[in-house]
Design a protein around this ligand. Structure first.
Ligand SMILES: Nc1nc2c(c(=O)[nH]1)N[C@H]1C(S)=C(S)[C@@H](COP(=O)(O)O)O[C@H]1N2
Ligand SMILES: [Mo]
Length: 330
């Protein structure tokens, strides 16, 4: 079956918000209610991280991979938006290599092995190089970034990441004058990712940016979340984060980065050419065929809020698109 006959992304807009499990229900499910509201969040967080192989406990100093210590719940971003809880962020995921269901990646990715891991960087660069994750973190030193993630399915979250600007990595390999685009390839490991063999998606997951977008200071290689290494379901050990673009651009578990001369087809462009473009800038005025993009629902809330142009990051990115028709280049 050709890819374009498939319907990628389920239509979440239509679902009763109550079906999206609020944090209190997760706690209850995990049998943690009896521990009291104040302690439950902390204990749940710690239990989750233990499942990811980190047994150090919440008070322990952060260890390398995630960089600086993360904020705690209640932290806000530059628009005064509160961060979502670790519970919410790590239990409502899009990760089709594991499952098309939002709650399953948390369970299915549990044992996913992310060490050793390296990222191969090449193509139109003077100094191609393969970096281990440890080298990336040591060399490029993750910092704290609270980013809003806006999924094309019209939900959003606020996520406290640790990561480093992709720009630092690209400058290290020295792009040649021919380099115009960046291609990101993510891991394809069917033995551990049971979603891969179900359905005819064009694996591996490939995403792309124009070189100037990739060099923008907002473009982050995220390695941590809440001051701990990324949970596997959020894209451990390293994932892309481009906050003015829809969530599907934020490729998880990156293994290869190539600088290339021409634009190319991404995973979602191949999956649904009429629905997904190369740019994918958050734009309330350009509807997706199946979802209006004018409003969104923050995970954990019932009300809908207005979606902002470029997801609220216009000041930093509008200049990248001078003179472009953004309805055509969606
Ligand atoms: N490798 C890979 N990366 C991916 C996806 C995926 O299915 N596979 N889904 C994308 C989509 S559609 C979204 S909205 C975000 C979700 O990130 P989160 O689960 O950390 O919130 O990851 C993106 N990155
Ligand atoms: Mo998404």
């Amino acid at each position: 079956m050709p890819y374009f006959n498939r319907i990628p992304h389920t239509r979440y807009d239509d679902i009763d918000p109550a079906e999206v499990t609020p944090e209190s229900v997760y706690r209850n499910r995990r049998g943690l209610m009896r521990l009291g509201a104040a302690g439950a969040g902390l204990i749940t967080g710690s239990a989750l991280l233990s499942a990811c192989g980190d047994l150090s406990g919440l008070s322990a100093a952060p260890t390398g991979v995630q960089g600086t210590p993360g904020p705690t719940s209640g932290a806000t971003d530059e628009l005064n938006e509160q961060v979502n809880s670790l519970e919410q962020i790590s239990n409502y995921n899009n990760y089709y290599e594991f499952s098309t269901d939002k709650e399953e990646p948390a369970k299915l990715a549990k044992g996913f092995s992310t060490t050793p891991w390296s990222v191969q960087v090449g193509g139109q660069v003077a100094k191609p190089r393969t970096y281990t994750v440890e080298e990336l973190v040591e060399k490029f030193v993750p910092e704290e970034r609270i980013y809003r993630l806006r999924c094309v399915e019209a939900w959003s979250m606020v996520i406290p990441f640790q990561g480093f600007a992709l720009k630092k990595l690209l400058e290290d390999v020295e792009p040649t004058p021919k380099a115009k685009f960046v291609r990101f390839e993510t891991v394809r490991r069917p033995s551990e990712m049971q979603g891969i063999n179900r359905g005819a998606y064009p694996w591996p997951y490939v995403e792309g940016l124009r070189l100037d977008e990739a060099m923008n200071d907002l473009t982050l290689m995220a390695t941590g979340l809440y001051g701990k290494p990324l949970p596997p379901q959020n894209g451990a050990p390293v994932r892309l984060s481009v906050p003015w673009k829809y969530g599907f651009k934020w490729g998880k578990a990156i293994v290869k980065i190539d600088l290339v001369e021409t634009e190319f087809q991404t995973f979602w462009m191949k999956s649904g050419p009429s629905e997904y473009g190369f740019y994918a800038n958050v734009n309330p005025d350009v509807p997706h065929p199946r979802w209006s993009q004018s409003t969104e629902r923050r995970i954990g809330e019932i009300r809908r809020r207005k979606t902002l142009s470029f997801n609220g990051y216009s000041d930093q990115v509008t200049s990248l698109y001078q003179g472009m028709n953004l309805a055509k280049y969606f």
